[in-house]
Design a protein around this ligand. Structure first.
Ligand code: S3P
Length: 415
């Protein structure tokens, strides 16, 4: 249990941990490529450490030193590896595709939360490439059997970067061409990294095509994670002014800024630059009066992990906000439609859960209260921001799960 006191006006500057999605991909892709690579400003939270451990189990050398990760790619992959993916959806889904392309047998498994999350969404499209994957009733543990893959055209019913990436990672080892088409563009870090590693890859709108390619290792400097910065940006909007430095602003990830625009939150992107194929900026956010918003399915993929926080901001905005088309939240580390609504209501807000989103009636002040994280890192961090901005503060049960994506979150917050 961690107690959080309300804060008054707040002004601060932050350097945030490295991007989780980019770190996973840098470790996995380099681990299977030719040569060696240094990944700097990597996120070394629990999820990314799961990816590091899995790549070691497959034969790569992965050394973590502070926020540096040194990877030596393995020329051959170990047969029969048992890959513990912990709590990490990105690890298990991307790795299923990666391993399927290596003609080895492997078993992928994880914790209770991960074992409840859907895996047919990767098993099914990978089977179109000739992969043989056995799930446990649609869930982990997942067994991958050695098969030679062939190219295929895969039309995805949902916008999911994890599923898209799993197919692309299998596709670079398959004979011929593999195309993936998604309904709305999801984060494209895999595509960008494959380009930098020499893959034959073409992007045309929401369609990506890869061909069998030899990948060479590349050094990566990981930008700060906008999904982690979002909590500090929200704090600026609610309580004063915050500057988050060197944050990744890849357009497939900046839905939070779209939400800020619509909520009427004032922010500036300073010192814009591009490093290693990814755009970054320092993001300055200032306290703003917020108005209700409407967000729909097309808005969701670029702010998927920030939606609990956006819903919290709506709870402080004037008027009634509606978020729809966000059913995917039900299959995250917790059922985030249920846990976010409970969070907001427990701290004195007014949020109604719908099948695919929320209706939130904003209030000027929320009293505070007690919130359970449900062992979901994003719920724990959203709760912390809500309580800091509340009248009386309160407490968070099971807050340690922040370590999944942001090990020193509470230290950075100074609470
Ligand atoms: C991620 C994709 C998203 C996101 C997750 C990270 C990735 O999941 O929610 O935190 O790194 O590819 P989905 O692909 O299920 O939308």
């Amino acid at each position: 249990m961690r107690s959080i006191k309300p804060i008054g006006r707040f002004e601060a500057e932050f350097s945030l941990p490295g991007d989780k999605s980019i770190t996973h991909r840098a470790v996995m892709l380099n681990g299977g490529a030719e040569g060696e690579a240094l990944i700097r400003n990597a996120l070394t939270g629990e999820d990314c450490l799961s990816t590091c451990a899995c790549m070691r189990a497959l034969g790569a050398s992965v050394e973590v030193d502070g926020t540096d990760i040194r990877v030596v790619g393995t020329p051959s992959f170990r047969q029969g590896a048992r890959l513990n993916c912990g709590n990490s959806g990105t690890t298990i889904r991307l790795l299923t595709g990666f391993v399927a392309g290596k003609e080895i047998e492997a078993t992928l498994y994880g914790d209770e939360s991960l074992s409840s999350r859907p895996m047919n969404r990767v098993a099914k499209p990978l089977s179109l490439l000739g992969a043989e994957i056995q799930t446990t009733d649609g869930h982990a543990p997942v067994r991958v059997f050695p098969k030679k893959l062939h190219g295929a055209e895969v039309i995805l019913p949902i916008a999911s970067a994890q599923v898209k990436s799993a197919v692309l990672l299998a596709g670079v080892s398959a004979e011929g061409k593999t195309s993936v088409v998604e309904p709305i563009l999801s984060r494209d870090h895999t595509e960008r990294m494959l380009v930098s590693m020499g893959a034959k890859i073409a992007v045309d709108g929401n369609r990506v095509t890869v061909e069998k390619s030899k990948l060479r290792c590349v050094d990566v400097r990981v930008p700060a994670d906008i999904s982690s910065a979002a909590y500090f940006m929200a704090l600026g909007a609610l309580k004063g002014k915050t500057l988050c430095k060197g944050v990744g602003i890849n357009p497939t990830r900046t839905g939070i800024l779209t939400a800020f625009d619509r909520l009427g939150i004032s922010y500036q992107l300073l010192n814009k630059r591009t490093e290693g194929g990814e755009e970054t900026a320092d993001i300055l956010v200032e306290k703003s009066d917020m108005r209700a918003v409407e967000l729909t399915q097309a808005d969701v993929p670029s702010m998927i992990d920030e939606l609990p926080l956006v819903a919290l901001l709506c709870a402080f905005a004037e008027g009634e906000s509606r978020i729809t088309g966000a059913k995917e939240l039900r299959v995250k580390e917790s059922d985030r439609i249920r846990t976010t609504a409970e969070l907001i209501n427990n701290i004195g807000g007014d949020c109604t859960e719908t099948e695919d989103g929320f209706i939130i009636r904003g209030k000027k002040n929320l009293a505070g209260g007690t919130v359970d994280s449900y062992l979901d890192h994003r719920i724990a961090m959203t709760a912390a921001i809500g309580l800091l901005a509340s009248e009386n503060g309160g407490s968070i049960a099971r807050p340690e799960c922040c370590a999944i994506s942001f090990p020193d979150f509470f230290e950075k917050l100074g609470v």
